[in-house]
Write a protein that binds this ligand. Structure first.
Ligand code: AMP
Ligand code: GLY
Length: 428
């Protein structure tokens, strides 16, 4: 089967790489892809915000299956358009993707279906903000309703800060955050874990657990990014907790979405805070995470095409997902200045050595391009060195020693990915 993957980051590189290993995949096409994806898939340009252009591409390519990576094409209704033509597509419809694209929708959905989450208020005016703050106290989290690439969440210690952030979001004066309603949430504390479930509209099955590192700086300091590194190991939470999250969060969500006639097919990425009062959902994403996917794909033993086909078929049958034990880790190398403005086009050296099929280290490209035969930087996040090993320390050692062979001017990366779980700061 020919498979088309929509997207062009590290997540899509890892998905293309895993699909390429499937015995049943004859060709992988990736749109738009990137300089590294080109080594495992044929890359074709496309505008990820333009449904008509993406549908035209599917008409031209005639894949047996289209897999949608990022949130933007989901939010503009690519899946609806392809399903309306009777085509096989992996990902949620625009209505089902509202679990990610509207935080107000997600909170109200969780309340309707008794899925544990932080107390909240949806506010449309400053007056509503004042009422909510008077009820919840000063220590709150203010969130923009819509997609904001990680920029729409402000943790506030004081009511004044919350008022200021709320006003800026309501009137649209916060950089990168669209104006509109907001959610004010109770401030939760505890370790975070990302729980990934594969869903077919009726049933949810566990794909795996991972932990992201969202801040740019070591020790979780500085501004938020798309994710500077992630690791995956079953040991992140107990087996009982994984089962609890599957039943009380993922399956309940799938049941609720089905009851509301917006069945959820695709990956449900549940951001969970392990609070003293039990696990609570911080957010849903309706797609694979980036860089969590790079780490998860290194552990995947099942044929990825089988998993996608199960989700698209929507039979509700049982599915077993086989993952390697041990641990995997992805360390992101980013451009100087990221997550702010960056300069692109710097030459990358040492990067090709790591397309080491079936090996224990793989270099997934997030933002690279080939210019005049040279691999160059083409994004804020550039590369993700990913390794798998029997334990986290070994996986970290392998990822960092492999990353040491790669460089580009201004390359920055966190040296403490996985530090909490491995009990010490790694690589120097
Ligand atoms: P979100 O995009 O909603 O996951 O928020 C981004 C990050 O903000 C999360 O990964 C948490 O670290 C933090 N966060 C979100 N909601 C809360 C909350 N209610 N309490 C404390 N921290 C939060
Ligand atoms: N790594 C977080 C995300 O993909 O949203």
């Amino acid at each position: 089967m020919k498979v088309l993957v929509i997207g062009g980051g590290g997540r899509e590189h890892a998905l293309c790489w895993a699909l390429k290993r499937s015995g049943r995949v004859s060709e992988v096409v990736c749109a738009p892809g990137n300089g590294g994806i080109a080594s495992v898939a044929r890359c074709v340009p496309v505008d990820l915000g333009n449904v008509d252009a993406m549908v035209r591409l599917v008409d031209q390519e005639q894949p047996g299956l289209t897999v949608v990576g990022p949130e933007l094409p989901l939010s503009v209704g690519l899946v609806d358009a392809l399903e309306a033509r009777g085509l096989a597509v992996f990902g949620p419809t625009r209505g089902a993707a509202m679990l990610e694209t509207s935080k107000a929708f997600a909170k109200e959905f969780m309340q309707r279906h008794r899925i544990p989450t932080a107390g909240y208020a949806v506010c449309r005016t400053r007056e509503e903000v004042d009422v909510a703050l008077a009820r919840m106290g000063g220590r709150v989290v203010v969130k923009a309703d819509g997609l904001a690439a990680g920029k729409g969440v402000v943790l506030c210690e004081m009511a004044d800060e919350a008022r200021e952030a709320s006003a800026a979001m309501l009137e649209g004066s916060m950089a990168g955050v669209p104006a509109g309603q907001i959610v004010i949430e109770e401030f939760l504390e505890g370790p975070e874990v990302s729980f990934f479930a594969l869903c077919d509209g009726r049933r949810a099955v566990t794909l795996g657990v991972a932990q992201d590192h969202k801040r740019i700086g070591e020790g979780d300091t500085g501004p938020n990014t798309g994710g500077m590194g992630a690791y995956s190991t079953d040991a992140l939470v107990s087996k009982e907790m994984r089962e609890w999250l599957l039943e009380h969060v993922a399956q309940k969500t799938v049941d609720g979405m089905r009851a509301e006639e917006t069945p959820f097919r695709g990956v449900l990425f549940c951001g969970i805070m392990m609070t003293a009062a039990g696990p609570k959902v911080l957010e849903f994403n309706t797609r694979f995470g980036d860089p969590e996917t790079q780490a998860l794909m290194m552990r995947l033993e099942s044929d990825l095409l089988d998993l996608f086909e199960w989700a698209v078929a929507g039979t509700g049958k049982e599915l077993s997902v086989r993952m390697k034990g041990g641990a995997s880790v992805c360390v992101i190398a980013a451009s100087a200045g990221y997550p702010g403005a960056v300069e692109l086009g710097w030459q990358i050296t040492g990067a090709t050595t790591f397309c080491d099929w079936g090996g224990t280290a793989e270099l997934f490209h997030s933002g690279t391009a080939v210019r005049k035969g040279q691999l160059v930087t083409a994004g804020g996040r550039v590369l993700g060195m990913t390794a798998v090993a029997p334990d986290l320390k070994e996986a970290l050692g392998k990822a960092y020693s492999s990353l040491a062979e790669v460089s580009f001017p201004g390359m920055q990366f966190r040296r403490d990915i996985g530090w909490r779980a491995s009990g010490e700061v790694t690589a120097g």
